[in-house]
Structures are given as structure tokens and as C-alpha cells.
Design a protein around this ligand. Structure first.
Ligand code: PFF
Length: 507
């Protein structure tokens, strides 16, 4: 492995970084709202099937091709399955950049709520304006506070803070990432365990756990539950965007990737369940109803619960602060990997320095983050998203999140399964692994995964037929956004991949 690309100082460093990438907003914000939306107990059976049938094997593929080639996602695919596979690799990198843009915007809001915990977020006030040191008067409402925050320019400042932290952590590659994750990853486990203990020791907290874990076989027949579980699994394990391959490429070639995949998935899913327990116990204790968007649960329903945790103001503030601090650090250990994937791919292909690659990735993505935090109010009644930024974010998330990860998963399993040959990868993985993968691995990669993913993608597309996502909300003079955003994403990401795939490349 070329030393210029850098490598992990220890196996622990890699495990912390990869599990830090996996554990993020997906585990705290999206998992619980998905589990709630799909009916608690109806969600986790499809979820576990998604883990074993899809998540674990694809993680083995993504880790495997990274160590096997010592290259990031597009070039690893090129080396193993040809130029057409490389094209899909770049397309996934392009999509990762779209996701980075809005992922960091959400982190900017979480940062705003964290700052707000010191100010008026947990103080009574009808409109609790986002001026941290103003004294509000009536009952506290985190929801009003959140939308007030979105209607200011503060989040734009906060996203620059988050971008700054990301670039600082990424400046030296694996070695500086390792330093950060050694602090952040254990810290987020400690906070989450603290939160779960608090939730479970409250009267009624256990009912939430029962809701989450009591199987509901009726709900399982609903196709959307399966779609939800499969997309959630891909996003949560950081698959389909090139990040895991980039991280794995900094490992020595004899790394045991079967073991690593099991460990990282186990850590991720355990965290997800602990987060689910913590959040559902709060929901049930305070009989909160998380209707509305995906973000509502973490951004105003849970804070509402935290508000009632204690009558002593500083304790409420401390819990509120810790909750959003947890979201911010869990999010940063993921966003660095979202940026590292594209940056390492460009360094490999264009032979440019890390600094240059980070600049090329950061500039367009940061502009995207700013667009997602634009405080222009387009929907005063909050029938939709309120601000222009949130609408841009929501529509982008719908298209990129629902389709790109799964399409990449489909193509990479076909490319590895049929062009390289699943058996070749299986042999390579088995060479350094304590647990030998059986022939079932080939069947999964060649047949089961492509069929499952194709079904999920087609059924999602079929569901779109009733109308373009977001078009039913009145966005005023921005009513063109619901069709513009998917076209823009496809046009930009496809030309980006076309350009980079055809760029001459010397090994
Ligand atoms: N796995 C992260 C989360 O659960 O929040 C999100 C993510 C990071 C997805 C990196 C994909 C990725 F490449």
C-alpha cells in the first residue's frame, strides 16, 4: 500500500472510524422516526433481515474491495470490474457530495439547538425567539424555537463551524481522523448509555421499549415497511456512497474484513437500538406524539420531553445540551467519512494533494449546505417545511437518499458478483478471515441482493407515480423545486461521473 495515501495506526483506529461513520444522524434521528412511522414492532423484523441479507454482505464487499486494491471506491471498482463499474463509483461519489451538503446543514441546526440549551430553548416562552439571551415569558415550545431558529441566518454561521471542524479533522487523513474518533466515539457511547438509563428509570419508560419490541406481524405485510428498513440499513451502515471502501483502503491487505464487517455492523445496530430505547422511553413517559417530518422527533419532540425531565432548570439545560452535543459529535464522525470518500477518490484519480481534494469537495458541498439553511420563509402556515432551506433539504433527501444508495448497491453487487465473480472476492476475504464465508455468500451477492434491491427500487418508483415528491405543498414562487431538484441531481452527478471516468489515469 502506498504510504502517501496514509494508513490507520491501529486496527482499533479503523474500527472506531468505521463505526463512527456508521453511527450518526441515521441512528439517532432517522432510525427512531422510521421505527415510529412504520409502527415500532413491525419494523425490526424487516430491519434484521435487511441487516443479514443486505447490510453485512455489502459491507464485506465494500471493505473487501478497499483492502484488496488499496484504492478508493471508483478506482477499486475499475480495477476489479472495469470502466463501467468505475462510472457507478463516481456517481455514488457525486451523490455522497449531495448528501454531505444537507447532512451538514442538519448538523448546523443541531448545533443551534445545542447553543440554545444555554439560552432560551428550555425557558418558557410562546415564541421563544432565537436570541439565546432574551427572556421569554410563557410555556416553552421546542417546536416554535426550532422553526424560529430556521428562520434566522444563525444556522449559516453554524454550518461554517461544522465545516471548519470537519476539515480540521480531515487535514491529515487517516492519522488525524483516528485522533478525533478516539475521543468522539467513546464519548457518544457514554452519553447515549446515560440517556437510556435516564429514560428507563422514569415511570412508564418501559412502555416505550415494549412498543418498540413487541412484534407486529400485521404491519409486516406492508411493502413500505420493507422499503423503509432496507434504505435505513444502507444509510445507517454508510453503504453505497464509497466511504467504507475509502476507510478500508487505509488498512493493510491482510486485514480480516469478515470480522471487521461483523464488528462494525454489530456496534452500529446496538447503538441504533439503544438510541431507539432512549427515545421511545421518553416518548412514552411524556406521551409525546411525533407527527410530522423526520426531523421533528429529535428536534422538537424529544426536547419537549427533556423539558419535563426535571423542575430544576440547570438539569434540564444540561440534558438538553448533552442530547444535542451527542447528535453533533455522532454526526461529525459520519460527515468526515462522507467527505473523505470523495476526497480520497479524487486524490487517487487526479493525483492531487489532500488539501486540493478537500477544497474541491468542500466548496460545492458548503454552498449546498448554505442553500439548505436559507431562512427565507415560503410557507408561513407550516403545512410543508416552512423555510426554503428545509424544503430544498427535504426534496434532495427524498431523491438522493431513497435512490442513489440502493442503485449503487444493486450495481456493485452485480459488478462484483458477475464481472469479477463473487467467488473470487469470497476466496480473497477467506484468505485472511477466521470465519470462512460459505458458498451462500455467492448466492447472496449474485442473486438475492440484486433481486431484493431491484424490487425495492422499482416499488419506490411505482409509488412516485401519484405525483412528484413535494409538489403537493404550496412553495409559492418556488413551486418549480420539486421537479428541478431531481433533474439537477441527476444531471450534475451523471456529468460528474462521465467526466471523471473518462479522465486519463496513470496507475
Ligand atoms: N451512517 C451515517 C448515519 O447513520 O448517520 C450516515 C452516512 C455516513 C451514510 C457516511 C453514508 C456514508 F457514506
Amino acid at each position: 500500500m502506498s504510504t502517501k495515501r496514509g494508513n490507520w495506526n491501529s486496527k482499533l483506529g479503523f474500527i472506531l472510524a468505521a463505526s463512527g461513520s456508521a453511527i450518526g444522524l441515521g441512528n439517532i434521528v432517522f432510525f427512531s422516526s422510521n421505527a415510529y412511522q412504520y409502527g415500532g414492532g413491525a419494523f425490526y423484523l424487516p430491519y434484521f433481515i435487511a441487516l443479514f441479507v443486505l447490510g453485512l454482505p455489502i459491507m464485506m464487499v465494500e471493505f473487501g474491495i478497499g483492502t484488496l486494491t488499496g484504492k478508493s471506491f471508483p478506482l477499486a471498482l475499475r480495477e476489479l470490474a472495469g470502466k463501467r463499474a468505475e462510472f457507478v463509483g463516481w456517481w455514488s461519489i457525486g451523490s455522497a457530495m449531495f448528501i454531505t451538503a444537507y447532512y451538514i446543514a442538519i448538523l448546523g441546526w443541531a448545533f443551534g439547538m445545542m447553543v440554545g440549551a444555554f439560552g432560551s430553548l428550555f425557558e418558557p416562552g410562546i415564541s421563544a425567539p432565537f436570541t439565546p439571551f432574551e427572556t421569554p415569558t410563557d410555556s416553552p415550545s421546542a417546536m416554535v424555537y426550532f422553526f424560529n431558529l430556521l428562520a434566522t441566518w444563525w444556522p449559516v454561521l453554524f454550518i461554517f463551524v461544522i465545516w471548519g471542524l470537519n476539515l480540521l479533522i480531515l487535514r491529515k487523513g487517516a492519522s488525524s481522523i483516528e485522533k478525533a474518533v478516539r475521543i468522539f466515539v467513546p464519548l457518544m457511547w457514554v452519553f447515549m448509555i446515560g440517556l437510556v438509563i435516564r429514560g428507563l428509570t422514569l415511570d412508564g419508560g418501559f412502555d416505550g421499549v415494549m412498543y418498540l419490541f413487541t412484534p407486529d406481524f400485521e404491519g409486516i405485510s406492508d411493502a413500505s415497511v420493507w422499503r423503509g428498513a432496507f434504505s435505513q440499513m444502507f444509510f445507517s451502515l454508510s453503504l453505497g456512497l464509497g466511504t467504507m471502501t475509502a476507510y478500508a483502503s487505509y488498512l493493510p491487505r491482510d486485514a480480516d474484513q469478515v470480522n471487521n464487517s461483523m464488528l462494525v455492523s454489530f456496534l452500529n445496530c446496538s447503538f441504533e437500538f439503544i438510541a431507539g430505547i432512549a427515545i421511545f422511553s421518553l416518548l412514552f413517559v411524556f406521551t409525546l406524539n411525533p407527527a410530522g417530518s423526520t426531523l421533528s422527533l429529535s428536534f422538537f419532540v424529544i426536547p419537549q420531553g427533556i423539558n419535563e425531565l426535571s423542575t430544576i432548570p440547570w438539569i434540564t439545560r444540561l440534558f438538553g445540551f448533552l442530547f444535542f452535543f451527542l447528535i453533533v459529535i455522532a454526526g461529525i464522525t459520519s460527515s468526515i467519512s462522507l467527505i473523505e470518500g470523495p476526497a480520497s477518490a479524487m486524490m487517487d484519480k487526479l493525483k492531487i494533494t489532500r488539501k486540493k481534494a478537500l477544497t474541491i469537495v468542500a466548496i460545492p458541498c458548503a454552498i449546498g449546505s448554505v442553500l439548505c439553511t436559507l431562512p427565507i420563509i415560503i410557507d408561513k402556515g407550516l403545512a410543508g417545511n416552512g423555510t426554503l432551506g428545509l424544503s430544498i433539504l427535504d426534496i434532495t433527501d427524498h431523491w438522493v437518499f431513497s435512490y442513489s444508495l440502493l442503485i449503487v448497491g444493486l450495481v456493485e453487487s452485480l459488478a462484483i458478483g458477475w464481472i469479477l465473480g463473487a467467488d473470487k472476492l469470497r476466496m480473497a476475504l477467506n484468505q485472511h478471515s477466521k470465519w470462512n464465508l460459505g458458498k451462500w455468500f455467492n448466492t447472496l451477492i449474485k442473486f438475492v441482493i440484486p433481486i431484493v434491491l431491484l424490487t425495492v427500487i422499482l416499488s419506490s418508483l411505482w409509488n412516485e407515480r401519484t405525483g412528484l415528491y413535494g409538489a403537493n405543498v404550496d412553495l409559492g414562487s418556488f413551486n418549480w423545486l420539486p421537479w428541478f431538484i431531481p433533474i439537477f441531481w441527476l444531471a450534475v452527478s451523471l456529468s460528474f461521473s462521465f467526466y471523471l471516468t473518462n479522465k486519463p489515469y496513470k496507475k
